[in-house]
Structure formats: structure tokens, C-alpha cells
Ligand binder design. Structure first.
Ligand SMILES: Nc1nc2c(ncn2[C@@H]2O[C@H](COP(=O)(O)OP(=O)(O)OP(=O)(O)O)[C@@H](O)[C@H]2O)c(=O)[nH]1
Ligand SMILES: [Mg+2]
Length: 411
């Protein structure tokens, strides 16, 4: 059903990408499987939590999603997480795993950049002390930039000749050249719109091409920084340094290792842990909860986690990561329903079986195409069967419950 949201997890070796991927996926291992869970060890399903439409209509008891889950109106919508390993300085020239990771990246709708703020690993992931993680933010952005720029300018002469010969617009030519990045016209148009007074493509100098690539990068790869290894004593000063230098970047403070540990201990019934919160209880705190006794070593470990992470930062930050990704992507959950009065599917009493995440402001006809594919749509209706115009846009609570009427026999 359309292309799912793909979140690319990037960062230098040993920054904590795989640990973060595990922390983001373990919790929900119990819930319904999603098609891509086992395709590839570096792909996993995460669940982005949004408010479910069932809450608005008092139908939480009947809400049974085809994919993901709904708990009391909190809907976990599956998103694909991609562990993109092998990014090192000069990867675009073939270092490390070279360009392999870069092609993995093309699929991503946004990036989670896992930054090791402990300063204990260098740019290659080797152990060191006092490394400045600000450097990682800069070289990683630059690496992606060089890669796109290289691909675009490699054949720039012939791109320009063709552009002139076919009397194309800059948008059409770039659509051709950047289509490999899963970039549609809308996305490229949005990038070009951010450059005021854009000259005709044949007049672009190097500086202008670079400007266009930067603009394209920021719409194609909106990025959230996970400032990871927060539990390390040197993390504090590095975090403030990064935030002062880059107030424009969206940052989430994380300790992925702590999250993995807490979830493991909770699964083994040593602690009670409310995901995404600072609340961890042991047998000592809750004598009647049937929790197992912790040995002294684990007890100390929990004390440390409370002092260094939970009480200071309010949580391990991992759950907030996907939320931040949804924010930079500006996503709205849309609920297509067969029956727009009962919100059920083709059969049964379960409501809101499907939910897709789309960009805020997308037209309902684009939503229809994404969900239904290339069929002829006769009409689009909203709640209560009211007609919705094709170019009307979606937002949270607005045109976000839709039914698509097909032309009988139409394809
Ligand atoms: N202290 C601390 N260590 C962490 C944290 N997250 C990950 N680590 C450790 O950092 C090391 C590297 O973690 P990985 O998740 O394997 O890193 P990666 O980015 O997947 O590394 P590559 O696969 O080599 O690219 C492991 O020893 C982890 O236990 C954290 O939040 N705090
Ligand atoms: Mg890894």
C-alpha cells in the first residue's frame, strides 16, 4: 500500500547505530509482523506513535489495525528503519564500504544521525579520548553533499546540452538527474523554491550548482541528531557545544545502550519500566509486584542509570527519536476506510484497519494515488460521506479519514 516511510540510521562506525536500531524495535517485537521485518538484518520495523482516529469517535475497543498496533488510541504506525553502516570520511571516494551505503541512503525519507558524544571514538570509530563530535556532524553532512554533487556534475556538460536542446525547465532536468534519489517533482520543486532569483540552468556556475545540491539535501534528507552515549561523563560538555554551534539542528539526547538494558531487565521481570519515561521500579520499590530480586551489581547499575540518565534527562531519549523524525518529516496519519460511516473495512466490525503517513498539506488526490495506485477515482469522500475536492489538502483532523470511490470497471 504505497511506499512506507523509511528512516535511515547513519553515523560513523561504533556511534551506536545498531544499538539504537535494537532499542527502537525490541519493544514491539510482540506486535503484528510487518512484511519487511526479516528481509535484511539491517532493516527493521519501528513504530511511530500517533493519535489514532478511533479516539475521536469513541471506538478504541473496535480498533484493530492490519499493521502495527493501537493501544487506547495510541496508534503505532510501522515505519522502516534502515541501519546504514560504513559511512567514514571520504566514503564518496570509495573508502570504507564505499558507495554501497550511499545507495542504501537513497531510499531514506529522513535521517537519524547517531553522534557519539562521549568523545571516546574517532572519525573511523576507533577508540580514543577527547575526540570532538562536532567534527562528525560536519564531515557526515559534507560526505553526503559530495556524493550528490559528484553524481550530478560528473556529466554536467551533457546535462546542460540536453537541457537546452529539449527546452526543459530546471525542474524537469533535475527531476531526470535526481530521480534516482526517489525524488519526485514536488520535492525537487520545494528545494528550488528555497533559492530566490534562480538563474536559468545553463547559466549556473559551480557555486550555484552547490547551492542547489545543498537545498536538495535539506528537503530530501531532513535530519535528526541523536546525541548518543549520554551516560558517559564527557557527554555533557560535548552536547552543549553542539547545541550552541548548531541551534538550527533538531537534537535528541539519547542513551541507546541504557534503553536496551532497561528493556532486557524489564523482559526478564527484574524491573518495571514505562517505556520512554524516567520511571524504573525494582523489587525494593514495589515489594508486592512480583519482581525478581536484583543482585548488588545490577542494583548499582540501576542506581547509576537513574543518576546519570533518567533523573537528569527525563528518559533515555530513544522513544523521542521517532517522534522527532515525524516532526522533521511533517507527517500526518491518514485513515482510509471502505465504509466512511462505520469506518470498517470490507468485512467485520473492526475499525480503522489502515493508516498511512503522508506529508502535511498533500492533496487528497495524491493521497488517493499513493494508496490506491493507478486507478480511476470517481469521488473522494470524508467523514459522513461529504464530498472532498481533489486538491483539498490533508492535515491532522482535516481530511484525514477518507474513502475513495472508484469508477465501476475503471482501471
Ligand atoms: N556508553 C554507551 N555506549 C553505547 C551506547 N550506545 C552504543 N554504545 C556502545 O558503542 C559500541 C558500538 O555500538 P554499535 O551499536 O555496535 O555501533 P554501530 O554504529 O552500529 O557501529 P558499526 O556497525 O561498526 O558501524 C558498543 O560497544 C555499544 O555497546 C550508549 O548509549 N552508551
Ligand atoms: Mg552496526
Amino acid at each position: 500500500m504505497g511506499k512506507e516511510t523509511v528512516i535511515g540510521i547513519v553515523g560513523k562506525p561504533s556511534s551506536g547505530k545498531s544499538t539504537t536500531l535494537n532499542a527502537l524495535t525490541d519493544a514491539n517485537a510482540k506486535v503484528g509482523a510487518f512484511p519487511f521485518t526479516t528481509i535484511d538484518p539491517n532493516k527493521a520495523t519501528g513504530y511511530l506513535e500517533v493519535e489514532c482516529a478511533c479516539l475521536r469517535f469513541g471506538k478504541t475497543a473496535d480498533c484493530k489495525p492490519n499493521y502495527g498496533y493501537c493501544r487506547d488510541g495510541k496508534r503505532g504506525v510501522p515505519v522502516m528503519l534502515l541501519d546504514v553502516a560504513g559511512l567514514v570520511p571520504n566514503a564518496h571516494l570509495g573508502r570504507g564500504l564505499g558507495n554501497k551505503f550511499l545507495s542504501d541512503l537513497t531510499e531514506a525519507d529522513c535521517l537519524l544521525h547517531i553522534v557519539d558524544v562521549s568523545g571516546t571514538t574517532d572519525a573511523e570509530g576507533k577508540e580514543t579520548r577527547g575526540y570532538d563530535p562536532l567534527k562528525d556532524i560536519e564531515w557526515l553532512q559534507d560526505e553526503i553533499f559530495r556524493w550528490i554533487l559528484g553524481n550530478l556534475t560528473e556529466k554536467w556538460g551533457s546535462v546542460v546540452r540536453r537541457h537546452i536542446a529539449t527546452k526543459s525547465t530546471a525542474l524537469e532536468t533535475l527531476r531526470q538527474q535526481l530521480g534516482g534519489y526517489y525524488a519526485n517533482k514536488q520535492l525537487i520543486g520545494k528545494a528550488l523554491d528555497t533559492i530566490p532569483g534562480l538563474p536559468p540552468l545553463q547559466d549556473w556556475d559551480n557555486e550555484m550548482v552547490e547551492k542547489v545540491v545543498k537545498a536538495f539535501m535539506s528537503v530530501k534528507f531532513p535530519t535528526v541528531l541523536a546525541l548518543n552515549k549520554l551516560d558517559h561523563p564527557d557527554a555533557d560538555k560535548n552536547v552543549s557545544k553542539i547545541m550552541l554551534k548548531h541551534p538550527e539542528l533538531k537534537c535528541v539526547l539519547t542513551s541507546s545502550l541504557t534503553e536496551v538494558l532497561l528493556r532486557k531487565l524489564a523482559a526478564q521481570n527484574f524491573i518495571k519500566y514505562d517505556l520512554g519515561t524516567e520511571f524504573v521500579d525494582t523489587a525494593e520499590d514495589l515489594p508486592d509486584a512480583g519482581l525478581r530480586e536484583l543482585d548488588e551489581k545490577l542494583q548499582n547499575r540501576i542506581e547509576n542509570i537513574r543518576d546519570l540518565v533518567l533523573y537528569r534527562f527525563g528518559s533515555t531519549g530513544v522513544v523521542q527519536l521517532l517522534q522527532a523524525a515525524a516532526d522533521v518529516l511533517d507527517l500526518v496519519p491518514v485513515f482510509p476506510a471502505r465504509n466512511i460511516n462505520s469506518f470498517t473495512g470490507t468485512s467485520g466490525s473492526a475499525v480503522f484497519r489502515d493508516c498511512v503517513l503522508v506529508k502535511r498539506g498533500l492533496s487528497v488526490i495524491s493521497v488517493a494515488r499513493r494508496i490506491m495506485g493507478d486507478v480511476t477515482i470517481a469521488a473522494i469522500e470524508g467523514v459522513g460521506g461529504t464530498r472532498v475536492g481533489e486538491e483539498d489538502t490533508v492535515d491532522v483532523g482535516k481530511n484525514d479519514i477518507l474513502t475513495f470511490k472508484l469508477v465501476p470497471g475503471g482501471h
